[in-house]
Design a binder for this molecule. Structure first.
Ligand code: AMP
Length: 409
């Protein structure tokens, strides 16, 4: 299957070939024709699958004929994302794929000056990428008009629900014209996602290219049992002895991310942290430095990293085991992309065994325990009993729900 067969116009095909894309990814192959036909779509696909292009390409195609006159503050396609980084990233994709088209786009999000965003909206935009809070602020200030919205996209919808954006999203939807095309993208078809989808989409095409417990086959997963107090020391040892060019390291908390970053910098390992307490500018700068190899280690919390296009990583490290087993799958999705080989390494202390067990049950796999010489833990990590797996995994869903309603990272 080539992009040509999907029904995309010549200027878009040219941009894709300039970008070096040869064939569509599975999510693109399924989504693009359905969206071009004007159908509502709900798709489950994680970052790294080519999800962004699967909605930006057909939107560009649809909006490029006939052209908008740009008068007033009208918006024709509205793409809502949970985080600032993702909004900026989606806008970048729109610019890249639409480089041969005469369409206007902008991204608006909190943490950046509202005045500049108002000026851009004044000129009129065809495609507006926005985070929910800032979008409503600008709407309330009458800087944006939704009367001509033809297409609505909710990107990373499950994360938006996790982050408590449901009221903002419902408010935004209530302001849009009733007749419009709805596209919902999510990492997983969670119950809360389905509930929202039921209210929103009309006889949708349902597309799924991932499953909750799927990780790439070309990723080597293992666990280093270690005492909690020696995790940073062990990480430094691994970075040095295994000579990692770069690694993405996950911590559970913002504070933990900052602390670890300081410890790495102290031994001259170039590192930066991204998490919710960092300014927008700081987060963008860290990400940019990482992408351009100016820093070696990026330390991230789950929410800050989710949805962000971090290029294929050879190593993804769980400095802390995630409290929600599914987050393990999201984290590990950063390695082993496009068939490349990757390592998923978890530093596990004895108090995290229960969390590790949840993950192993979700994956239906026991991860190899590899003790590093000189880092033998005081307490060993038992082997997971998979016999009671089903019951536990079911319980965990309830736990996730309760946990998410409290979670603000
Ligand atoms: P996404 O899942 O949208 O974050 O995309 C992940 C990465 O895949 C991005 O760096 C895209 O530029 C890249 N990508 C998207 N579609 C294709 C394609 N058809 N061929 C090659 N790379 C792609």
């Amino acid at each position: 299957m080539s992009f040509k067969n999907l029904g995309l116009s010549e200027p878009i095909l040219k941009a894709l070939s300039h970008k070096g894309y040869k064939d569509p990814t599975p999510i693109q192959e399924k989504s693009i024709p359905a969206i071009l036909e004007g159908k509502d779509v709900m798709a489950s696909a994680q970052t790294g699958t080519g999800k962004t292009a699967s909605f930006t390409l057909p939107i560009l195609n649809i909006l490029s004929h006939p052209k908008n006159d740009h008068k007033g503050h009208h918006v024709r396609a509205l793409i809502i994302t949970p985080t600032r980084e993702l909004a900026a990233q989606v806008r970048e994709n729109v610019l890249t794929y639409g480089s041969n088209l005469d369409l206007r786009s902008t991204a608006i999000y909190g943490g950046a000056r509202i005045h500049n965003q108002q000026l851009k909206l004044k000129k009129g935009v065809d495609i507006l990428v926005a985070t929910p809070g800032r979008l409503l602020d600008l709407y309330n200030q009458k800087s944006v008009n939704f009367n001509k919205v033809e297409i609505l996209v909710l990107d990373e919808a499950d994360q938006m629900l996790d982050m408590g954006f449901i009221h903002d999203i419902k408010k935004i939807i209530s302001l849009l014209p009733e007749k419009r095309q709805n596209l919902m993208f999510t990492a997983t078809f969670s119950n809360s996602f389905r509930k929202l989808a039921n209210e929103l989409v009309d006889n949708p095409t349902e597309i799924s290219v991932t499953s909750d417990n799927e990780t790439a086959a070309n990723v080597d997963h293992y666990v280093h049992p270690v005492d909690k107090s020696r995790k940073a020391e062990l990480l430094i040892e691994l970075i040095e002895t295994e000579n990692w060019k770069q690694a993405l390291v996950f911590t559970r908390t913002k504070h933990g991310a900052d602390r670890l970053t300081k410890q790495l910098l102290k031994v001259d390992i170039k590192a930066a942290a991204i998490h919710g307490n960092k300014t927008q500018n700081n987060r963008m700068k860290a990400l940019d430095s990482f992408k351009n190899n100016r820093i070696r280690i990026l330390v991230a919390t789950d929410v800050a990293a989710r949805g962000i296009d971090i290029p294929n990583m050879q190593q993804v490290i769980n400095f802390d085991v995630p409290t929600v087993a599914k987050d393990y799958v999201h984290r590990i999705g950063r390695t082993g992309r496009a068939g490349k080989f990757g390592k998923a390494i978890s530093l596990v202390s004895a108090d995290e065994f229960n969390l590790l067990q949840d993950i192993e049950r979700l994956l239906e796999q026991t991860l190899d325990r590899k003790i590093i010489d000189g880092f033998e833990p005081d307490h060993s990590i038992p082997v997971t009993n998979h016999e009671v797996a089903k019951k536990k995994v079911n319980n965990q869903r309830g736990f996730k729900k309760r946990f998410n309603s409290r979670r603000r990272r």
